[in-house]
Design a binder for this molecule. Structure first.
Ligand SMILES: NC(=O)c1ccc[n+]([C@@H]2O[C@H](COP(=O)([O-])OP(=O)(O)OC[C@H]3O[C@@H](n4cnc5c(N)ncnc54)[C@H](OP(=O)(O)O)[C@@H]3O)[C@@H](O)[C@H]2O)c1
Length: 273
C-alpha cells in the first residue's frame, strides 16, 4: 500500500513538528510532494520549520499552533485545517513527552499533562480525522509509540503505559480499517537524539549512558523508516536491530525477572538512592 497521492485538497498533518522527529517527518513528507500541516505549541519554531520546508521543497506548510494537552485547543486544529480548504489524508501523531522519576516523587499536574498529550490527543485526532479518510477510501495514520510500549518501565511508569496505549490502540485501529484503503502503522523508536531527553528531565550523562549508546538511531533514519513502513503496510516499525531485540525482550521476558532489572538500571530510579 502506497501513501495517499499528494493533491491540492489534501494535507499531511504532523503533530510535534516544532522539533525532533516531527521536523523530519514534515520535511520528508513535503519532499515527497505532500502538502504539510505543522502542529505544536511553539509558534516561532513552527514558523522557522515552515520557512525551511518552503525553501527546500517549494511547499508552503500550514502552521497550526495548538496545545494538544488541552481539549479545546485540540478541537481548533480540525477547524483550522478545514478552513484552509484541505482534508487530512495523512496523520502523523508524533507529539509526545515523558516525565521521569518514581511515581512517589511525581508532580500530579505534569503526569496528567503527559497522559493528555501522549494518549488523549492520539485518540482525539484519530477519531477526528479517520472518518474522511474512510469516506475517501484513502488515508494513512502513523502513531508514534516507543520501545517503552513493550513492557512496564519503573522510573517512567506513566510514559511507558501511555505508549502501551498507543501500540494497543493502533493495532485495533489497523484491524478495524483493514480493506478501507487506510494504512495504519505504529512506529516504536528506541533512543533518538532530540530534545526529548532533556525535556523529560534526564541529565546529559543519563541520556548518554554507555549501555544505551548502541541503541541510538538518527532522527532522519527513524522517520524515514516509519514513513516507509507506513507506505509498505507494516503494522509495527522498530528502527535498529538493538531496539528490535529490546522490544522482543520486553515482551517475552517474564515481568518478575525483567522489572527488578529495569528498576535497578533506570537512571531516574537511581537519583538520590
Ligand atoms: N527521542 C526519543 O528518544 C524517543 C524515543 C521513543 C519515542 N519517542 C517519541 O517520539 C515522539 C517525538 O519526540 P521527539 O524525540 O521528537 O521529542 P522532542 O524533540 O521533544 O519533540 C516533541 C514534540 O512534541 C511537541 N509537544 C509536546 N507537548 C505538546 C503539547 N502539549 N501540544 C503540542 N505539541 C506538543 C513539541 O512541541 P512544542 O513544545 O512546541 O509544543 C515537540 O514538537 C514522541 O511521541 C516521543 O514520545 C522519542
Amino acid at each position: 500500500m502506497a501513501l495517499p497521492q499528494p493533491s491540492d485538497d489534501r494535507t499531511a498533518l504532523v503533530t510535534g513538528a516544532s522539533s525532533g522527529l516531527g521536523v523530519h517527518f514534515a520535511t520528508q513528507l513535503a519532499s515527497a510532494g505532500q502538502h504539510v500541516t505543522l502542529v505544536a505549541r511553539r509558534e516561532d519554531r513552527l514558523n522557522q520549520v515552515a520557512e525551511d520546508i518552503r525553501a527546500a521543497t517549494g511547499i508552503t506548510p500550514l502552521v497550526v499552533t495548538a496545545d494538544l494537552s488541552d481539549l479545546e485547543s485540540r478541537s481548533r486544529v480540525a477547524e483550522q485545517v478545514a478552513s484552509s480548504g484541505r482534508w487530512v489524508s495523512i496523520l502523523v501523531n508524533n507529539a509526545g513527552l515523558s516525565t521521569s522519576g518514581p511515581v512517589a516523587a511525581s508532580d500530579p499536574e505534569a503526569e496528567v499533562t503527559m497522559i493528555r498529550t501522549d494518549v488523549e490527543a492520539v485518540a482525539h485526532l484519530c477519531s477526528t480525522f479517520v472518518p474522511p479518510m474512510v469516506e475517501n477510501r484513502t488515508g494513512a495514520i502513523l502513531n508514534v509509540a516507543s520501545t517503552a510500549a513493550f513492557q512496564p518501565l519503573p522510573g517512567q511508569a506513566g510514559y511507558a503505559a501511555s505508549k502501551a496505549f498507543v501500540l494497543s490502540y493502533t493495532h485495533a485501529l489497523r484491524s478495524e480499517l483493514s480493506g478501507t484503503g487506510v494504512a495504519v502503522t505504529t512506529l516504536c523508536p528506541g533512543p533518538v537524539e532530540t530534545e526529548f531527553g532533556e525535556q523529560a528531565g534526564f541529565t546529559e550523562e543519563e541520556t548518554h549512558l554507555a549501555a544505551l549508546r548502541y541503541l541510538y538511531v538518527s532522527p532522519e533514519s527513524v522517520t524515514s523508516q516509519g514513513l516507509a513502513g507506513l507506505a509498505g503496510g507494516r503494522a509495527v516499525v522498530i528502527p535498529g536491530v538493538g531496539n528490535k531485540v529490546s522490544a522482543w525482550s520486553g515482551w517475552a521476558i517474564p515481568r518478575r525477572v525483567l522489572l527488578p532489572l529495569l528498576r535497578s538500571q533506570h537512571p531516574a530510579m537511581q537519583r538520590g538512592a
